[in-house]
Design a protein around this ligand. Sequence first.
Ligand code: SAM
Length: 290
Amino acid sequence: MVSRAELFAEVRRLAAVRDEETADFDANCILQDLLGEKNPMFSPKEPVPDEKAAEILALARKRSKGFPLQYLLGQWEFWGCNFKVGEGVLIPRPDTETLVEQVLDICRREGLTAPKIADLCSGSGCIAVALKKELPQADVYAVELSEKALGYLRQNTQLNGCGDIHIIEGDVLGRDTARSLTGLDILVSNPPYLTAQDMSELQTEVQHEPATALFGGEDGLDFYRAMTELWKSSIKSGGFIAYEFGMGQHDAVKAILEENGFTDVELRRDGGGIIRTAAAVNQNYAAITF
Ligand SMILES: C[S@@+](CC[C@H](N)C(=O)[O-])C[C@H]1O[C@@H](n2cnc3c(N)ncnc32)[C@H](O)[C@@H]1O
């Protein structure tokens, strides 16, 4: 039997094949998860049963080939909550917390304690769950099309005690879906936004994530154009829209919002200093114009 320290060294070596900078972190996460202990290296000499060591090394080998750590672990943290993840669903990113913060700031400023919110392209449900956790009286709807993502979305709402989030299986680009939700105080979305060029240059890890969660058309803006036009009538006059987007897309997204009758566009930077989100006020008066 190998000791924990020997196993750690081998897992670290394999993880470093992929990325030297994150090798310690990856090895720690894998050992913690598989040994079911928060600090497995407190007892470095403890032997690891052969079967368990083989299981851990198999994961480390997958990691060395660029399989995402988050999928290996089967869960990932966002907004202090745990989300089940695996192939077929986008891994929640820390950048997306900027979008959650912006929506919460709007709610605080406007005194919205029980807003009606729709999270379009909900994926794992990270945005919908974070908002419901912070605004327990909110009426939250999560719209998602992918069957696989919907499985995670259902699981994650339940696991995080947010079983009263309304999950809608639907196409956000479809008129019927937009028509089914009206009177929204806030529409929030982190839609697919990678360009054709981005898709041809994906990092190995990201290649394991579903293309339907990533690709936003030739210039990455297809969802912003279509959703803004289609959903503006579902948002109350004076209500808000809030989007996440990719680096360098802020001017184009701002223009799309303004062309569709939204004003007071507020752009925000993420933790890395990149302009990452926009929120704006709906000035359209026609409540439903389908
Ligand atoms: C960029 S991911 C965002 C997931 C999640 N909101 C997050 O921030 O981590 C986009 C999501 O949109 C979903 N999606 C793509 N096309 C869609 C459509 N036409 N209707 C509804 N959902 C769609 C994908 O399946 C994916 O889950």
